[in-house]
Design a protein around this ligand. Structure first.
Ligand code: AMP
Ligand code: GLY
Length: 423
């Protein structure tokens, strides 16, 4: 198979690494990729959000399968375009991607089908939202409807904070059109977990789960980021919980998508909170998570291309999807200043040494240096993820942190508490 992976992060490097292990692979391309994916296939200089250019490239390279990493091209209809061009795709149509790209759509879907989630109301008018807030107890959660790069959610501890968040979104358009509607929802309490399944429109594969770390500093301090670390399995994950989540969340959601006229084909990612009243959905995503992919994909024992092809062709129920029992801990190394402004173009050393120590190193914000050879340079905020694997979380964690000491570039930092303090 000739395969194109769309995206440029650690998630896409991990996917490229996994796809490389398939005996079905003939040639691998990544658009646009990074310095890590360049070692595994051919990087194509096309931005992942440009659905027209990506489709043209996929045709030019005669791709048999396209694996789409990020949500933006999916929400913009990349899978629809590829399908019209007759190219099999791992990733949902734009209509099905609304499960992530519109929090109002996904909330209505859940409330309409009895899928457990926080109670919520949606508003496009600030006066109506504020009148509603007058009758609430706090905290509440205010969410912009559309894609806001993880910045559209405010946990408001007081009425004033909630009003400010509503005004920022609806009146000041802090998130552009993505914030033209907001949800005001009940604040849930409990441990969070990201749950993933392959879905072919009807059939839901066995589930896997991971936890991620969104805040930039140890102890969950500082601003939110794209994700600073992840681990699998969550300590509380077991067959009974997986089976409950399958029955009350994943399967009803997939049926509701069929009923809504937009069957979901791709990776369904449920962000859940395990509350005192059972698991409840915080959000759905229409893709794999980053940095969760870096720890879950190495745990997939089945052939990734066979699974992706089965999803794309609606034959997933006949395909084995087997998740291993091993543990994985991924720690992101970021540029000094991230998630604010940071320097780029800094040479990175120690990637081979970290790999020699037994870790997997998945690159993200990196570029091959102009000379082509030699050390990669930083080009983004999250530069790479170092993943340790082992029989237990503590073994995996030790390995990740031993290996990460080799990674050096000016201003590099990472959280030191990923998969720590879990009891
Ligand atoms: P989301 O983008 O919807 O996943 O929200 C981002 C983060 O905000 C989640 O990972 C949670 O930590 C938090 N969050 C979202 N919704 C709620 C809620 N209803 N109650 C408590 N925390 C929430
Ligand atoms: N790790 C969170 C996300 O991918 O959205």
């Amino acid at each position: 198979m000739r395969v194109l992976i769309v995206g440029e992060g650690g998630r896409e490097h991990a996917l490229a690494w996994k796809v490389r292990q398939s005996s079905h692979l003939e040639e691998l391309f990544i658009a646009p990729g990074n310095a890590g994916t360049a070692l595994l296939g051919t990087n194509l200089d096309v931005p992942s959000a440009d659905t027209k250019a990506i489709t043209a490239k996929a045709q030019e390279i005669k791709a048999d399968l396209v694996i789409v990493g990020p949500e933006t091209p999916l929400a913009a209809g990349l899978a629809d375009r590829l399908q019209s061009a007759g190219i099999a795709t791992l990733g949902p149509s734009a209509a099905a991607a609304r499960i992530e790209s519109s929090k109002v759509f996904s909330k209505e879907l859940m409330l309409g089908s009895g899928i457990p989630t926080a109670a919520a109301e949606s508003f496009d008018n600030a006066d109506a939202a504020i009148a509603y807030l007058e009758r609430q107890t706090f905290p509440v959660v205010v969410k912009a409807d559309g894609l806001a790069a993880g910045k559209g959610v405010t946990i408001a501890n007081s009425k004033q904070e909630a009003i400010d968040a509503v005004l920022a979104s609806l009146e000041q358009r802090a998130f552009g059109e993505a914030g033209a509607r907001v949800l005001v929802e009940e604040c849930l309490i409990g441990p969070e977990v990201s749950v993933f399944a392959f879905v072919d429109g009807e059939y839901v594969s066995p589930l896997t789960a991971a936890c991620d770390y969104k805040r930039v500093f140890d102890g969950d301090k500082g601003p939110n980021t794209g994700g600073m670390g992840s681990f699998t399995p969550p300590v509380f994950w077991n067959d009974a919980l997986a089976s409950e989540i399958r029955q009350v969340v994943m399967e009803p959601t997939v049926r509701a998508m069929v009923k809504a006229g937009c069957p979901f084909r791709g990776v369904l990612y449920a962000g859940l909170m395990l509350t005192a009243n059972g698991p409840k959905v915080l959000e759905f995503n229409c893709r794999l998570g980053d940095p969760e992919t870096q720890v879950i994909v190495p745990n997939l024992e089945s052939d990734f291309l066979e699974v992706a092809q089965a999803v794309a062709t609606g034959r997933l129920s006949q395909q084995e999807v087997r998740w291993g029992r091993g543990a994985g801990v991924g720690v992101v190394v970021a540029s000094g200043g991230y998630p604010g402004s940071y320097k780029t173009g800094l040479p990175i050393s120690g990637i081979e040494a970290a790999a020699a120590a037994g870790a997997l190193v998945f690159q993200a914000g990196t570029q091959t240096s102009a000379e082509g050879q030699g050390k990669p340079k930083t080009s983004g905020g999250r530069v790479l993820t170092v993943v340790g694997r082992g029989k237990s979380l503590s073994e995996a964690r030790k390995l990740a942190y031993k290996a990460i000491n080799h990674i050096k570039f000016e201003g590099a930092f990472h959280r030191t508490d990923v998969a720590a303090n879990l009891d």
